[in-house]
Design a protein around this ligand. Structure first.
Ligand code: AMP
Ligand code: ZN
Length: 137
């Protein structure tokens, strides 16, 4: 399989590793959107959030606070965003990963959304709530 993150896990290509255990690896994102921008991944190849089993999910998500606290303590950001992309065109590497993006006063990163609250009535929220709830398995 031609997966760049599997190659990092297997040691076939280098990475700036931050944390590693039997199931999980965290390493610096090559783009460094901000100083300390880190990715945390399962060592097992899982394509995206939809394919993530409970055990792998638990392994990855349980280590996010460890890595986040290390970033906070070492680099002293004003805050930190978690970001996780699924499917094209959002996702560019198809091995599940969570971005940890420390934030600084003068950084050029923007992560935002538009507030559509004004165009949502109670019935609209209830419709969306019902649609999603009926697909919970
Ligand atoms: P996404 O758009 O969420 O799939 O992001 C994938 C991320 O992987 C991007 O931010 C890339 O900079 C990062 N990336 C790709 N290849 C490498 C690599 N060899 N080492 C570190 N980060 C990488
Ligand atoms: Zn992979």
């Amino acid at each position: 399989m031609d997966c760049i993150f599997c190659k990092i896990v297997n040691g076939d290509i280098p990475a700036y590793k931050i944390y590693e255990d039997d199931d999980v690896l965290a390493f610096l994102d090559i783009t460094q959107a901000t100083k300390g921008h880190t990715l945390i991944i399962p060592k097992k190849h899982v394509e995206n959030i939809y394919a993530l089993d409970d055990k792998t999910s638990q392994a990855v998500f349980s280590k996010i606070p460890t890595v986040a606290n290390a970033i906070k303590e070492s680099l002293n950001p004003i805050g930190l965003n978690l970001l996780q992309n699924n499917d094209q065109p959002l996702q560019s590497v198809f091995h599940f990963h969570v971005h940890l993006i420390p934030r600084y006063q003068e950084d050029e990163t923007t992560i935002g959304w538009v507030n559509h609250q004004d165009s949502y009535q109670d019935a609209d929220y209830k419709h969306v709530q019902t649609e999603i709830k009926k697909c919970i398995k």
